[in-house]
Design a protein around this ligand. Structure first.
Ligand SMILES: NC(=O)c1ccc[n+]([C@@H]2O[C@H](COP(=O)([O-])OP(=O)(O)OC[C@H]3O[C@@H](n4cnc5c(N)ncnc54)[C@H](OP(=O)(O)O)[C@@H]3O)[C@@H](O)[C@H]2O)c1
Length: 262
């Protein structure tokens, strides 16, 4: 595998795929223009460098993980060097369509557009995938790669911007929620370090209840809200302060902004 663009997401992807057991670290070649900033990955056994062309030539799967403004340079390095019979291209670049990528990588190469989040590193990403040739092998390759580092959903490409807001930006919203709960926990008596762990594990439990039971969150809430009890008192106070509304508006604003940036 070649990961072209060893920044925040490139690092997380490399560690996730190695951590999942899907690939050995030395089978993952990560590039960036300043390869000295990949010393941490090199120390963990990953192959690192700055030569996109040579990393691509040796790879079966080429993952493009640069900012949109740097995409043309990367595509210039690799287009013409891709073998549709052997290779597959995965792009995690926000806001760049499959049609736009095809102009450079050609019509034949299996191509996947993916929107993961940084929880790929802990094998807990929510990754949305789109392909333009559902009959080809790209979808299966995308699923295999990203099921290994979390959960996947195949979506229409027009839903990629909403997926960016809900899943890629969304992880920050849930992290902020955990921080806020931790702050509340500190005010009621826990050390800050303990409070954040208590809040994070509680958030994980809530997510697992929804995902494993495939239940609606409100059904789970009904199970913990005793009439006149402390849960409903706190929950209603959150709602009086605009909790659900703030989250909805945050997601709408991120989605709008993501569209503006494309
Ligand atoms: N971060 C997320 O949670 C997330 C989630 C979903 C999608 N995405 C998308 O994924 C992409 C990467 O995001 P990021 O957060 O990882 O960005 P980032 O931290 O800025 O990383 C991008 C990396 O690309 C490298 N780069 C630039 N030009 C290059 C070139 N010609 N060849 C090889 N590497 C090059 C840069 O390093 P040098 O300057 O050293 O070259 C940089 O480290 C973006 O399109 C982003 O929208 C990010």
């Amino acid at each position: 595998m070649a990961i072209l663009g060893g920044g925040n997401l490139g690092h997380a992807l490399a560690r996730g795929w190695a951590g999942s057991g899907l690939l050995e670290p030395d089978a993952i070649h990560v590039t960036r223009r300043h390869p000295e900033r990949l010393a941490d990955l090199a120390a963990e056994g990953f192959a690192v460098g700055s030569d996109n062309k040579s990393a691509t030539a040796q790879a079966d799967v080429v993952v493009i993980a640069v900012q949109p403004g740097h995409l043309d340079a990367v595509l210039g390095d690799i287009s013409g060097a891709l073998d549709p019979d052997r290779q597959c291209v995965v792009s995690v670049v926000t806001g760049v369509s499959l049609a736009r990528l095809r102009e450079s990588v050609g019509e034949e190469i299996p191509l996947v557009r993916a929107m993961p989040n940084t929880a790929v590193e802990t094998l807990d990403s929510m990754t949305c995938l789109s392909v333009d040739r559902p009959e080809g092998r790209a979808q299966a390759v995308g699923r295999r790669l990203f099921d290994g580092v979390g959960r996947t959903m195949i979506i229409d490409e027009e839903m990629m911007i909403p997926a960016t807001a809900l899943c890629a930006c969304g992880i920050a919203f849930f992290l902020r929620t955990i921080r806020a709960a931790g702050q509340g926990g500190t005010e009621i008596g826990f050390h800050a370090d303990d409070a954040v762990i208590l809040a994070a594990q509680t958030a994980r439990g809530a997510a697992e209840l929804v995902l494993r039971g495939l239940t609606h969150p409100e059904g789970e809430i009904d199970r913990v809200t005793t009439p006149r009890g402390c849960t409903i008192a706190g929950l209603n106070e959150l709602e009086h302060r605009g909790f659900s509304s703030a989250m909805i508006r945050g997601i709408l604003t991120s989605s709008r902004r993501a569209r503006e940036l494309t």
